[in-house]
Design a protein around this ligand. Structure first.
Ligand code: GLN
Length: 383
């Protein structure tokens, strides 16, 4: 038999998704893969019922239903501060996972280089390699997770085709400042590089930090492929609804890739999700307040236990330092913790290019009682 594709030699299966299976196996509180255990807003549940009754149940326009794109354009124009034509600047995808893959395949040729900050969300390496390109990593250095400007410039000197920017970032919760983004955008323009953003946590930003959309910076709309999703904003990770916003030229290419990858996102779910896109602006403030409180609850618990962590500025993750427990392998530690302590986390090594094995990532997108239960169980770590 011939060997299957070489591409698959360069990345492993997702450790994040694997940890959910480990959590299920041991009945652990699952603070690994980031998704809520609470319901989406009532409006979405009601409109889902209505979509089941009234449809649509057949294919939508491949790049997204008109109503969805119109509502999304209106909402994102308000937040992003740019003008968005629903027919020319949007592709609706199956989650931001597809959006990022489409962006990567639309931008890159085999052999191209792509800058990825490390630590990073594990999909980016796989996306890059599946597109035939090669990731080059620039470290975000703890405790602030800032990047070295000269090091980033040196990465740009290798003439990359694209840079991936996760902002607010997973797993460290960094919210890039406007100054940092201006610096990145100057380099992108100087070296003629695309920037593929993953902004799924755009509405989870802790005060006083502020989210700046890269695509809204001077001269950046043309070279930014903005990817995001409804998963985190409306607590509907299982609906798999994401999107790309970009210039007409970029979107025309993304439409082609998307069409042949998936044809389209689920039609009844696009219909139902319109209820979310139509929510008042106050919904987003409230969502942010909810996560501010959850962050406080969970971090207070970590303080009480005496665990060391990096305080996130946005998103719903926290990296915890496990050096004190003396394990050589964070993956083994996480499996042990799920089984013996009853809480699942993601080993930090799955996010770092560097050889780092003393961090684990928890997420706090859970009901307060789930977080309290997790903290109770984690107290056993110190016993
Ligand atoms: N972004 C989520 C995480 O990092 C997971 C998303 C997914 O598994 N598709 O945990």
């Amino acid at each position: 038999m011939q060997k299957l594709s070489n591409r698959l030699d360069y990345f492993t299966e997702s450790v994040i998704r694997e940890m959910t299976r480990v959590a299920n196996k041991y009945g652990a509180v699952n603070l690994s893969q980031g998704f809520p255990d609470f319901d989406p807003p009532r409006e979405l549940i009601d409109s889902l019922k209505e979509a089941a009754e009234k449809g649509p149940h057949q294919y939508e326009v491949t790049w997204g239903s008109k109503e969805f794109r119109e509502k999304l354009a209106k909402k994102q124009e308000k937040f992003m501060g740019i003008s968005i034509n629903p027919d020319e600047n949007i592709v609706v995808t199956c989650g931001s996972t597809e959006a990022m893959m489409v962006a990567m395949m639309s931008a890159c040729n085999p052999g191209d280089k792509v800058i990825v900050f490390s630590p990073f969300y594990e999909n980016y390496t796989a996306d890059t390699i599946l597109a035939g390109a090669e990731p080059i990593y620039v470290p975000l250095v703890p405790p602030e997770f800032n990047f070295d400007r000269e090091e980033l410039r040196r990465a740009f000197e290798k003439k990359p085709k694209a840079l991936v920017l996760c902002n607010p970032s997973n797993p460290v919760g960094k919210v890039f400042t406007r100054e940092e983004l201006l610096y990145i955008s100057e380099l992108a323009k100087e070296y003629d590089t695309f920037v593929i953003t993953d902004e799924v946590y755009e509405h989870i930003v802790f005060k006083p930090n502020k989210h700046t959309y890269l695509s809204s910076l001077p001269g950046m709309f043309e070279r930014t492929v903005s990817c995001s999703s409804l998963s985190k904003t409306y607590s509907i990770t299982g609906w798999r609804l994401g999107y790309i916003i970009a210039s007409k030229d970029v979107i025309n290419n993304c439409k082609k890739v998307h069409d042949f990858l998936t044809v389209g996102a689920a039609a009844p779910l696009q219909k139902a999700a319109c209820a979310g896109l139509s929510l008042e602006e106050s919904y987003y403030d409230e969502l942010n307040n909810i996560y501010e409180k959850k962050k406080k609850l969970f971090l207070n618990g970590l303080d009480e236990i005496g665990l060391k962590y990096f305080e996130p500025q946005g998103a719903y993750y926290v990296l915890v330092d496990i050096s004190e427990f003396g394990w050589k392998d964070d993956y083994e530690f996480c499996k042990w913790m799920a089984k013996e302590i009853g809480v699942a986390a993601v080993p930090g090594s799955s996010f770092f290019k560097e050889n780092v094995n003393n961090y684990i990532r928890f997420h706090f997108a859970k009901k307060d009682e789930t977080l309290i239960e997790a903290i109770e169980r984690l107290k056993k770590l110190k016993k």
